[in-house]
Design a protein around this ligand. Structure first.
Ligand code: GLN
Length: 445
């Protein structure tokens, strides 16, 4: 604990943590020392983890990096947090992120931007940027983030670590502040495949508090071992895709060649719905966000505007003062696509596309074990360089597919670009095949 607290203090300027539980973590470490002596310590004793400021921890503040939740304390812990604590892991603090998980750079945060430890002039990615920066800069072993459309995989790629988004429903969402409920997952940051697997094994599984959580048995992910060779689909169109940084094209090409040399079967695919993936994602998630965020009204949680003389004005002023620009933009977009006049033109169409994209992706995964892509079109970009929301949305080009389909995907580090910035590659698998995903990822370590 002392070691990590020292690192947190040393790299304070990265703004990775919103709150550090220094005294609490030390106290817990002392208690766990006693358990170790008595030989009653749990399997995760010694593991130090951090938590995205979008996941609840009992009697502690959680803000979703938003002014609207200022001062709000959660009355319960997320199931994932509870399970890690039960196994004697130590929680060291709450980490920076984009407001309510909306963003790809951690610049939309009420706590100010987090910075990339590899180059602090650049973003750590988002929305779980603080968690990725913290793990990469050795401020904790692992961190829990959330991934709705790439928010664990993209920052993992930008910071040079591993980031898993599990199958939708594999980890309980109880205690996770909702952004787009049919996409949201808790995800895991780590510096090794082994730690990632260990954490998933501890937190996955049925939870009575989340009706959507799957009751499928949890595999022994930590024992995952590669077996022979695999069948892998890739997209040759990405070898010279305009929107892709040349070094990422190169790394992807080399990886495909390397895998072929190792004896895996590489299968060429082209994705029929490529141009619809981002619009589908942004229509459906903004729609869900607009309803989920309706609960922040100044009456129930956090900030209440003091400048109102009637109830309606109190709602309006609290929301106006509390939400940042990106969140407001999405609430308006979501409200628009759900409105009576436009519902069929946008929301219904996007739902149909979601089904088509899912079926097409699953059809590929019936022929192969994995689909591989780069995790991101570029490496970490400079702060304030993506002023237009559309430029920012492009950062999710490769990650949203797994989210639309509810499939598991992991970002693994794979070399650096000419500026020495980390490159990440994504491996996507069939639903509930995380064990195989870990096994294959181990070959890439
Ligand atoms: N960047 C994407 C978005 O803004 C993904 C966010 C996420 O996964 N939470 O929606």
């Amino acid at each position: 604990v002392d070691y990590y607290l020292t690192n947190i203090e040393r790299d304070k300027q990265l703004n990775a943590f919103v709150e550090v539980y220094a005294e609490e973590a030390k106290q817990r470490a002392r208690e766990l020392d006693k358990k170790i002596e008595l030989k009653t310590a749990g399997p995760l004793v010694g593991l130090i983890f951090g938590l995205k400021d979008l996941i609840c921890y009992k009697d502690h503040e959680v803000s979703g990096a938003s002014h609207i939740l200022k001062g709000f304390e959660s009355q319960f812990s997320a199931t994932a947090v509870e399970r890690l604590l039960q196994q004697d892991a130590i929680l060291i603090g709450r980490q920076n992120c984009d407001e309510f998980g909306m963003g790809s750079s951690n610049e939309n945060s009420a706590h100010g931007p987090a910075k990339n430890p590899v180059d602090p002039a650049r973003v750590p990615g988002g929305s779980s940027g603080g968690s990725a920066a913290a793990v990469a800069a050795n401020m904790c072993h692992v961190a829990l983030g959330t991934d709705t459309g790439g928010s664990v995989r993209q920052p993992a790629a930008f910071c040079g670590i591993y980031g898993l988004k599990p199958t939708y429903s594999r980890i309980s969402r109880w205690g996770l502040l909702a952004y787009a409920s049919s996409f949201d997952t808790i995800g895991i940051f780590s510096r090794s495949v082994e730690d990632n697997a260990r954490i998933l094994e501890a937190i996955a599984g049925r939870d009575e508090k989340d009706a959507t959580s799957s009751s499928r048995q949890v595999a022994q992910y930590s024992n995952a071992q590669p077996h022979g060779t695999y069948r892998i689909a890739y997209f040759p169109e990405l070898f010279d895709h305009n929107g892709l940084q040349p070094e990422i094209q190169e790394a992807y090409k080399n990886w495909v060649r390397e895998l072929e040399k190792e004896g895996h079967s590489l299968v060429e695919e082209s994705f029929p719905f490529a141009e619809y993936i981002l619009p589908t994602y942004y229509i459906l998630t903004t729609a869900e966000a607009s309803t989920n965020l309706a609960r922040y009204d100044g009456a129930h949680y956090g900030l209440r505007s003091g400048t109102s003389n009637d109830l309606e004005a109190m709602y309006k002023n609290s929301r106006t003062e509390g939400f940042g620009d990106e969140v407001r933009r999405r609430i308006m977009l979501g409200t628009f696509v759900l409105s009576a006049d436009y519902y069929d033109a946008y929301f219904t169409q996007a739902q149909k596309l979601r089904r088509l994209i899912k079926e097409a992706t699953e059809a590929i995964l019936q022929k192969v074990d994995f689909i591989i892509t780069p995790t991101t079109p570029t490496t970490a970009f400079e702060h304030k360089s993506h002023a237009s929301p559309l430029a920012m949305y492009m950062a999710d080009l490769f990650t949203v597919q797994a989210s639309i389909c509810g499939l598991p995907a992991i970002s693994v580090p794979m070399g650096n670009d000419a500026k020495n910035l980390p490159i990440g590659m994504q491996i996507m698998g069939a639903a509930f095949e995380e064990e195989k995903l870990f096994a294959f990822s181990k070959i890439q370590q």
